[in-house]
Design a protein. Structure first.
Length: 286
C-alpha cells in the first residue's frame, strides 16, 4: 500500500492561482479527482491526503465534499483562520467531518519574520490538540529558525513539515538549511514530507543526483519513522510526472529495510493523520 501524503485539487483561475508562473503552463488548468485517480492507478498508489491550496474555508469545505465522494481520498489538510478569536467555533463546525485530519497556513507567504509566534496564531495552534488535528508546516528554509522556536512552544502538537522546508536546491545550497533542519528534527513531535523538491530545483533542468544530499540529510535527521512520501501533484508536473517522482523517492530510500520503506510510503501517514481511527489517536507516537 502506498499513500501519497501531499497533493492538491483546484479549479483553475488566473486570479486565484496567480502564483503559478508562466513557465508552468501545464498546471494552469483544473485538477480534479478523476485526473488524480488515473495517475494513482498508473503508479500503484492506493490512497491520498489532499492539502489546501487556497486560504479559505470555502475551499476546505469543498475538499471535504470531494473526500466524502471519493474513497481514495483518505484525509484532508484544510485551512482555518487560526488567528481568529472564533477559531473554536470554526473547528466545531468542521470536525464532525471525519476526514479533516490537519490544517495548514501558507507561512511561506508571510513577510513577518515572527509570524508563527504571534499570540493569536499560537492560540489557534493550541486549540488543534483538543480536536486531534495535526498541523502541516509550510515554510521556506530561511524561516526554519523561527519555526524551531515555534515548535518548542508546542511540544505536544503533531507537526509535519511540507517539502523538506524548501531548501535552495536550484542554487545547490545546503547551508544553513542542513543545520537548521537537523536541529528541528531533534523534536520528536515533528515529521517531514519527501515532497516538493523538484520545484525547488530547476523543474526544467534537474537530475536525481542533485537531490541526493537533501534526501540524505532528512533521512539521517528524521529517520524512516518520521518521513512521509508525497508528490505535490499537480505542482510537481512542472518538472516530473506522478509516476517518475515515485521512482525517484524509491531510489532515494533504497537502502532502507522493507519495514522502514513501508513506514515512509504508508504507515507514517496512517499514524500521523490517524487514518482509519479516531482523531485523538493522531497525538500518539510509535
Amino acid at each position: 500500500m502506498i499513500i501519497d501524503s501531499h497533493h492538491h485539487f483546484w479549479k483553475y483561475t488566473p486570479e486565484e492561482y496567480g502564483w503559478i508562473p508562466d513557465e508552468w503552463p501545464m498546471i494552469k488548468r483544473d485538477f480534479l479527482p478523476l485526473d488524480l485517480e488515473q495517475e494513482m492507478m498508473a503508479a500503484g498508489v492506493t490512497g491520498v491526503i489532499s492539502v489546501q491550496a487556497r486560504q479559505s474555508l470555502k475551499e476546505t469545505k469543498w475538499l471535504l465534499e470531494l473526500a466524502e465522494a471519493n474513497a481514495f481520498i483518505k484525509a484532508i489538510v484544510g485551512w482555518v483562520p487560526l488567528a481568529s478569536p472564533d477559531i473554536r467555533d470554526e473547528l466545531d463546525a468542521l470536525v464532525p467531518n471525519s476526514k479533516l485530519r490537519a490544517v495548514r497556513h501558507v507561512v511561506q507567504g508571510e513577510s513577518d519574520p515572527e509570524f508563527l509566534l504571534r499570540p493569536a496564531f499560537e492560540a489557534g495552534i493550541r486549540a488543534l490538540k483538543d480536536y486531534g488535528l495535526a498541523y502541516d508546516i509550510l515554510i521556506l528554509e530561511h524561516q526554519l529558525e523561527q519555526t524551531i522556536r515555534f515548535v518548542d512552544r508546542h511540544p505536544n502538537q503533531v507537526f509535519i513539515v511540507d517539502h523538506i522546508a524548501k531548501p535552495q536546491i536550484a542554487k545547490g545550497l545546503l547551508e544553513p538549511w542542513k543545520t537548521n533542519i537537523r536541529e528541528l528534527a531533534k523534536r520528536e513531535n515533528v515529521s517531514c514530507k519527501l515532497s516538493g523538491m523538484i520545484t525547488e530545483a530547476d523543474p526544467g533542468d534537474w537530475k536525481p543526483s542533485l537531490l541526493t544530499p537533501y534526501f540524505e540529510t532528512v533521512l539521517e535527521a528524521f529517520g524512516p519513522h518520521r518521513l512521509l512520501y508525497g508528490t505535490d501533484w499537480p505542482v510537481c508536473l512542472a518538472g516530473v510526472s506522478y509516476t517518475k517522482w515515485l521512482s525517484v523517492v524509491q531510489a532515494a530510500v533504497a537502502g532502507l529495510s522493507e519495514p522502514e520503506k513501508k513506514s515512509v510510503f504508508c504507515d507514517n501517514a496512517r499514524r500521523l493523520y490517524s487514518l482509519g481511527q479516531p482523531r485523538t489517536d493522531s497525538q500518539k507516537s510509535d
